[in-house]
Design a protein around this ligand. Sequence first.
Ligand SMILES: Cc1cc2nc3c(=O)[nH]c(=O)nc-3n(C[C@H](O)[C@H](O)[C@H](O)COP(=O)(O)O)c2cc1C
Length: 340
Amino acid sequence: MKIAGPQTNSIALKLGSLTLDVPFFQASLSGYSDCAMRTLARRFGCPFTLADMMLAKSAANPRFLRKACFRPVADEHPVGAQILGRNPATMASAARDLVAAGYDVIDLNFACPAPKILRRGRGGAMLNEPDTVIDSLKAVRDVIVAPVLMKLRIGANHKPQSLDNFWEIVTRSIENGVDALVIHGRTVSERFRGKADWDLLAAVKNRFPDATIVGSGDIFEPPATVDLMKRTGLDGFVVARGAVGNPWIFRDLRCVWENRPLPPPPELTEQRLVILEHFERILKDYPEKKAVRIFRKFFAGYVRRHPRRKPALLSLMKTKTRAEVETALNTWYTDTYPNA
Ligand SMILES: Cc1cc2nc3c(=O)[nH]c(=O)nc-3n(C[C@H](O)[C@H](O)[C@H](O)COP(=O)(O)O)c2cc1C
């Protein structure tokens, strides 16, 4: 059975039948992109988000789908699921189940560089296996009508064979109807070192002008990002680390894209309200202790805007309860924060 995907009318970025009114969206970020982060991003103007990467073989399990990192909620559409696996039939059945569970888009991960994923031949390891990648795409394409994206890196490493495999995967996935390629401009072995190679991403777009090519890598500054996109000719980009503890990036990207002046950076009191809002969203989905543990991962991002970043972060990282988080925020996120 084929399941239909979403239809909208906007035009800045086309992901198959899904169109977005701005050319960016929030990446899948394992351990971060749960319901709370996704819905907050939407509130700040992000038009589409991807949930945490999930193992294809687990996706059919209803208990798994109840977890906040994987569950799509009513007010967050369109939202995409990203799946990881090496068996085309399992990938296809996961894709069908996830669309039936409410996901609007399916993204296939052939990019993850985590050693435990690579050891099992999944994620980025599959960039060495063009046939299996294409078989997975075809199997998924056959069972859903919803847009199918693929997340790639620019190869397993910088050896010529890796680059050949990368081009083969790009070429054959476009021939086989992928709706968009989302490409992180680093190799798997580079992980997050060095700068993302946007020139290679531009070369992909140049060779396949009719395909939708979305870039990923080092997206932190809204004006520079929009310039980069225009210079490289890519169709869009994903925001990843730049969105951790920084939902304002979506508001600012929208302003730059729409040629509106950037609003002033949020003052401490506004930051406090948004940080608390994020925390409240997390508290809805997890018991208090776990919620605080999850939330602490976002502090490093939020304190980047604080004038006394180090002591503020130290104080926030010590929190273990909801009351302690609130006290720390009330101490550091007012005009009378400790200044010595
Ligand atoms: C903590 C973390 C988790 C990530 N998890 C995923 C993931 O689950 N799926 C995925 O495709 N990419 C994942 N990525 C990669 C990002 O989506 C993105 O491609 C990469 O961070 C480069 O973009 P940036 O330099 O703008 O952060 C992750 C990155 C980080 C830092």
